[in-house]
Design a binder for this molecule. Sequence first.
Ligand code: ATP
Length: 323
Amino acid sequence: MTDHERIPTAYRLIRSIGRGNTSQVYLATDPEGREVALKLPHPETLRVHDSAERFGNEVRLTLQFKHPHIVRGFAGTPFGPQAFLAIQYFPLGALSEQLVMRQGQKLDLTEAMRILCDIAGALAYLHRNGAVHQDVKTQNVYVDPRGRAALGDLGNTYFVAQGGKVSGSPYYMAPEIYHGENSSSASDVYSLAVMMYELLTGQRPFSGGSYEELMVAHLTRFPTPLSHVNPQVPRPVSRLVEQAIAKRPQDRSSADQLYRALLAALGEKPDEDDDESTQAPTAYQAGRHGTATRVPSGITPPAPPSTPLAKGGWGWNPFKKKK
Ligand SMILES: Nc1ncnc2c1ncn2[C@@H]1O[C@H](COP(=O)(O)OP(=O)(O)OP(=O)(O)O)[C@@H](O)[C@H]1O
């Protein structure tokens, strides 16, 4: 089946805008006439069990979480030949692509702090709701033409209470993940701090030409303190970023602390929503092959499994029927 044959009824493809490991992404209009990014999983994604589950997880969680700085999901079908995900369209593409187009010219300080503040707010929201993102990096950040940012790609996100398969990207991965330990909000904070360092200084804190070199760097090296590389970064922000990049998870600051320090540096106050009313996720139900539907409910990740999770394995599969 071609992608044109697979697109859901009443969507109109405009053009292809990107290709990832999991899906082909099109600019399209949805049944309401809105421009959306339409993700169609590659045929090989659907054939490989783990990849199909990852796509299904992305559909489910993108539709479930609601936050002004998490890429908004409009509709989707998690499994089967008609699987798709329609999300908010960002005309400038991913932040990583914008950075490449700037050819090494670093973002201006306020612009960088604005993006980082939005992403720290999104991550604090996920953590407040008991979830871990596992893939914070510039490739998964989208910035709109007003300079406001949103965190995307919830394919590896999971609720801590349920467990999930550990993953990450070598440039951003926390030392404990290299050690084969479980991910946590602290490992997300480490990835966020790596991205903060990168955007605020124009250079990555850890470099290496291979997985092994990066592992050695993350496990044993200490980057030049951010405050030395860019003394213009407000001190409370650079201090928290330096703390967030600590080798030991228990020594790290939290996403919420980073968010609040960045807000203060931008001269803003937290929204009332930051504590409670940013819409908490609604439980989401989807048949394996049917069109997705949502049912209202509070944030209710299922109870933790009664048996300990196998480290690194899929401890939780949101789509498997409970026996
Ligand atoms: N919401 C969006 N708005 C604009 N462009 C997008 C959007 N989502 C994705 N893209 C474009 O499509 C490309 C591929 O998307 P993405 O990286 O999400 O693919 P994926 O296959 O789902 O992910 P992965 O490669 O992590 O498995 C991005 O690099 C970007 O250029």
